[in-house]
Design a protein around this ligand. Structure first.
Ligand SMILES: Nc1nc2c(ncn2[C@@H]2O[C@H](COP(=O)(O)OP(=O)(O)OP(=O)(O)O)[C@@H](O)[C@H]2O)c(=O)[nH]1
Ligand SMILES: [Mg+2]
Length: 206
């Protein structure tokens, strides 16, 4: 599959700014600094389409990208880079702005086909667990991805991922996709899952 085009559409700080919803979309959520923007770039083979930073809290708005591929099942869709959660250094007023925007988006957005929730492969936080539980409660299809697996020694990889899977409270059959934006590990797996979400039956038509 080829990425035919990937372009930044807009940065939204309030719901009226979200695109009309004429295309299916997939959103990327997770703790600040976990690697959401990096994963989007890695999926698209682009170096800095989504802005990456070592300083947590880089992505502060809902950033929308329009993608088209050579895969007829995927065709055109939006990828949405969400601001991270759990970052204490942003001002209180900014945090108050983020919360409702994110909640509203994830609850109400009709064209949203699924959420990719990123967690650090080595560290699970209470907020990660709460976010998974909340996404479940609002019946959002969620794909959980463990990032930065390049930081694991091959000898500890299986054990650490098992531990992370358990810490997140995932059921036995639920997948935790290992990913590295540095090596591209997990890229095909995630694309396969996105293809199923976007190309699969839509809730309103099933
Ligand atoms: N080793 C390694 N580093 C990574 C990986 N993914 C991201 N990083 C690094 O982690 C830092 C944060 O990456 P971002 O992609 O900006 O993280 P983010 O989740 O978008 O962060 P916010 O926008 O602040 O919410 C950067 O220094 C990246 O280079 C990975 O797979 N492996
Ligand atoms: Mg980001």
């Amino acid at each position: 599959m080829k990425i035919v085009s990937a372009e930044f559409i807009k940065s939204c700080v309030s719901p009226e700014q979200f695109p009309q919803g004429e295309l299916d979309e997939i959103a990327f959520a997770g703790r600040s600094n976990v690697g959401k923007s990096s994963l989007i770039n890695s999926l698209l083979n682009r170096r800095d389409l989504a802005k990456v930073s070592r300083t947590p809290g880089k992505t502060r708005a809902v950033n929308v990208f329009r993608i088209s591929t050579s895969d007829p099942n995927l065709d055109q869709f939006y990828l949405v880079d969400l601001p991270g959660y759990g970052f204490a250094k942003v001002s209180r007023s900014l945090r108050l702005q983020w919360g409702p925007l994110m909640d509203g988006y994830l609850v109400d957005r009709e064209s949203l086909r699924g959420v990719v929730l990123l967690v650090d492969c080595r560290v699970v936080t209470e907020q990660d667990r709460q976010t998974i539980a909340w996404l479940r409660s609002i019946r959002r299809t969620t794909l959980v991805v463990a990032t930065k697996v390049d930081k694991l020694k091959p000898s500890e990889r299986v054990r650490t991922l098992k531990h992370t899977h358990h810490d997140l409270g995932l059921a036995q059959g639920e997948t935790l996709i290992p990913y590295s934006s540095v090596t591209g590990d997990g890229r095909e797996w995630v694309w396969g899952a996105l293809r199923d979400l976007i190309g699969g039956p839509h809730p309103e038509s099933s």
